[in-house]
Design a protein around this ligand. Structure first.
Ligand SMILES: NC(=O)c1ccc[n+]([C@@H]2O[C@H](COP(=O)([O-])OP(=O)(O)OC[C@H]3O[C@@H](n4cnc5c(N)ncnc54)[C@H](O)[C@@H]3O)[C@@H](O)[C@H]2O)c1
Ligand SMILES: O=c1ccn([C@@H]2O[C@H](COP(=O)(O)OP(=O)(O)O[C@H]3O[C@H](CO)[C@@H](O)[C@H](O)[C@H]3O)[C@@H](O)[C@H]2O)c(=O)[nH]1
Length: 441
């Protein structure tokens, strides 16, 4: 058992803290967001993540997990401090490291003796070295710091599963002693550990996200060609994925990648490359393709209707993917903004992301309490997130509720042969358009 502090109780910090407590460590999570900590002290999770709240309760009850806003209290007698603060993008796409260096200063102020600092946040290559330097230079009392790069690979919506069943744990350090401590902390997860130098660990994180984003933009490009040549992207992706050298994951065509990681990390890697005078042409294309792909449904609707002025549009799903309430860089936001420019009248619905979306979309759109309410009298429905609730929604309801049952499905939620049973006009990604014979408008 180790005594650990986690700085930053966002997605990564909270999940890491809870899971380290679950495997027996003594964990204190600290955040400078007072409301977040108050929510957690109340036994509630500030984020929607399946299974998380149950683990918070159990570990708080068994006194392995604490929350505080006080750095001095959190760092008292700890052996290891994890940094899991945000690294959002600057205007030019580079990573903003203000929170990281603020957290480093807080360590300098409140810790003395020896400490291992584990960097979970995604940071540009070379940052871990600067963190060590910053903590040591600003230390108020003698302090020996070992920094370990331990990038996080969890996916939102699967965060607990991923922490316990990840493919690998990467530990990058120049200190064998610190690397051994972090390996020992993680041992109960029983996940293969890869030891590297610090810079390689930092690069593994960006390269992994950039590669997955590349796979998505690649399949989205193939889907556009499929539409033009009369092939079916679902069959093509399946056929490609059966080749074990390619792999079947991240070949789901749709309206592009969103979320708090791929968009910002791809842009940051372009910057990292630029800093060493390399133009990352491939990744720049991946980003450009994704920006275009996120607007694909509006493009299709404009092609279908000519103008969207005054048309009633139901947006189904707002989260950047199912099983999360996160709307950061979600396609829904970009789509809504574009639809508003085109003069559409918009009603949105999401099973869990409405509150977060409201903070961005304000009173520009109508908010429905159910799928049925969103679809009522709509001229078209745009499917943005493949929630089970949407995939399982009876197709006859589209027919019954909508003024004209015309669906633009950005996530290929339905089988074409099922749609053909109904008087629905159906546009999806990389597949034939289904024109309902009974429809006249
Ligand atoms: N969200 C993910 O799925 C995911 C997955 C892998 C890696 N990452 C990376 O992990 C890092 C954290 O991401 P996130 O989504 O959890 O971020 P987040 O923005 O949800 O949470 C960060 C938290 O840190 C807190 N914070 C900032 N400065 C602080 C300080 N000095 N002291 C205490 N608390 C402080 C903020 O109040 C916030 O609650 C980022 O670098 C991200 O790229 C995220
Ligand atoms: O075949 C696919 C797979 C994903 N997506 C989209 O890609 C985005 C990201 O999805 P996913 O990777 O499942 O979610 P994240 O929670 O953003 O996780 C990614 O970003 C995290 C933060 O860095 C990493 O830790 C994870 O390993 C990495 O998968 C979402 O908009 C998905 O809709 C597709 O369009 N097609």
């Amino acid at each position: 058992m180790r005594k650990i502090a986690i700085v930053g109780t966002g997605y990564v910090g909270l999940v890491t803290g809870v899971c380290l407590a679950e495997i027996g460590h003594q964990v204190t999570c600290i955040d400078n967001n007072v409301d977040k900590i108050a929510t957690l002290l109340d036994g509630k999770s500030p984020i929607y993540e399946p299974g998380l709240e149950k683990l918070i309760h159990r570990n708080m009850a068994e006194k392995r997990l604490e929350f505080t806003t006080n750095h001095r209290e959190a760092f008292f007698k700890v052996e290891v401090i994890y940094l899991a603060v945000g690294t959002p993008q600057n205007r030019d796409g580079s990573a903003n490291l203000d929170c990281i260096f603020q957290a480093a200063r807080e360590i300098s102020e409140h810790v003395s003796g020896e400490i291992v600092v584990v960097v979970k946040s995604t940071v540009p290559v070379g940052t871990n070295d600067k963190i060590k330097q910053s903590i040591e230079e600003n230390a108020l009392s003698p302090l020996k710091v070992d920094v370990v790069s331990n990038p996080e690979f969890l996916r939102e919506g699967h965060a607990i599963y991923d922490t316990f069943h990840g493919d690998r744990i990467v530990i990058g350090s120049s200190s064998k002693r610190a690397a051994a401590i972090i390996a020992e902390i993680n041992e109960p997860f029983n996940i293969p550990i890869i030891h590297t130098d610090v810079r390689s660990a930092e690069m593994i994180k960006y390269a992994s996200n950039a590669f997955l984003a590349t796979k998505i933009s690649f399949i989205n490009e193939i889907s556009t060609i499929c539409e033009k040549v009369g092939a079916n992207i679902e069959d093509v992706a399946y056929g490609m994925g059966q080749d074990s050298r390619i792999g079947s994951q991240f070949l789901k065509a749709g309206i592009g990648y969103g979320g708090s990681c791929f968009p910002k990390d791809t842009k940051a890697l372009v910057q990292i490359a630029g800093n060493v005078k390399h133009t990352f042409d491939l990744l720049e294309s991946v980003i450009r393709i994704n920006n275009h792909q996120q607007l694909k449904l509006v493009e299709k609707a404009l092609l279908r209707f000519g103008s969207l002025k005054g048309m009633r549009v139901a947006i189904l799903g707002l989260a950047f993917k199912p099983n999360t309430d996160d709307v950061r860089e979600a396609a829904s936001i970009v789509l809504v903004e574009r639809l508003l420019e085109e003069g559409g009248r918009i009603t949105v619905y999401d099973p869990v992301a409405m509150d977060n979306a409201r903070k961005i979309l304000m009173n520009e759109v109508n908010y429905a309490d159910s799928l049925r309410e969103a679809l009522y009298q709509a001229d078209m429905a745009l499917i943005v997130t493949e929630w089970d609730e949407i995939k399982e929604f009876p197709l006859e309801e589209f027919e019954k509720l909508m003024a004209t049952p015309i669906i633009f499905d950005g996530r290929n939620c339905y089988r074409l042969e099922d749609i053909e049973q109904y008087a629905i006009e159906y546009h999806s990604i990389g597949r034939a358009m289904i024109k309902a014979t009974q429809l006249t408008s």
